[in-house]
Design a protein around this ligand. Structure first.
Ligand code: GLN
Length: 281
């Protein structure tokens, strides 16, 4: 089958769902991944044909069912680095890249500091920090064994050394009696009542354990991590969170009530309250 013909099938089937440009980009990602053919190669060789279109047609049906392209290909990019993903981990978001950027900008100590990422998922935060702070010792915790398997693969892929810990932060008091200079977390923060605002590609495919919290207790992870941070940060250690855009005020209150200093709430590029940091007093 000619790739050009296949491309037309993609547009016929998917344009109504995703729009022409996004379908183009899906198609080129898939032919690169499956047949190692680039956009330019196809443009200069428009008669390019493939023998077995089954796999790519299967991907087409996944796309029709709103499966994210990152899960279909099994890989994505975060902070310029490659990350394997599957449906046991969230697909890293651009907002989280902003959090990493902020931490890197504010981390002037390039010595052997200790950093802990809680709820690491794919490992995107821990691994990109480790890559850019080569002297830091980075620890990454998750409750999900299957997520940790992905994160371990990603540490290897990016050639960084991370200490992985399988634990439930709601039940964890200390970790190997270590004290950390930085604790960072992007825990589940979407309230059940916000489900209606979410797109089917997220809702039907990404792990709910990484996304949702109960309406009546939306800061459950933030409260636990803040208490953990009081016990496990060094003096003047920094706590960073990615947060629910609607709960900025509540987060300031939480950190304030727990005597954190220099509390800074920051918006993401979409002008939504998305990150907060505080320094342990
Ligand atoms: N920002 C993610 C979303 O809107 C949620 C991430 C999280 O719950 N930590 O899908």
């Amino acid at each position: 089958m000619k790739l050009k013909h296949l491309k037309n099938i993609f547009h016929e089937d998917l344009d109504a769902i995703y729009g022409e440009d996004e379908v183009d980009s899906f198609f080129y990602m898939l032919i690169k991944d499956y047949f190692d053919v680039s956009r330019i190669q196809l443009a200069t060789n428009p008669k390019y044909a493939i023998d077995d279109p089954e796999r790519i047609l299967e991907s087409l049906s996944f796309l029709r069912d709103h499966v994210p392209i990152q899960y279909i290909i099994g890989q994505t990019e975060f902070y310029g680095l490659p990350f394997k993903v599957n449906n046991h981990v969230l697909i890293p978001r651009p907002e989280t890249e902003e959090l990493v950027e902020r931490i890197l900008k504010q981390t002037t100590n390039t010595g052997p500091i200790k950093i802990l990422d809680i709820g690491t998922g794919s490992g995107c935060i821990a691994i990109s920090l480790a890559k850019h702070l080569p002297n830091a010792k980075v620890y990454a915790l998750d409750v999900s064994e299957k997520a940790l398997a992905v994160a371990k693969q990603n540490a290897k892929l990016n050639a960084v050394n991370i200490e992985f810990i399988e634990a439930d932060i709601l039940k964890t008091e200390t970790i190997q009696n270590l004290k950390f200079d930085i604790i960072v977390s992007n825990p589940p923060y979407v309230r059940e009542k916000e489900k209606a605002l979410m797109k089917p590609n997220v809702l039907e495919n990404e792990p709910h354990i990484a996304l949702f919290v109960k309406d009546n207790n939306p800061l459950i992870f933030y409260e636990a991590i803040t208490h953990f941070a009081i016990l496990n940060l060094v003096e003047k250690g920094v706590l960073y969170f990615e947060i629910n855009e609607y709960l900025g005020k509540n987060m300031i209150e939480l950190l304030h009530d727990n005597n954190f200093l220099n509390i800074e709430l920051k918006q993401d590029v979409f002008k939504k309250d998305r990150m907060i940091k505080g320094i342990k007093s």
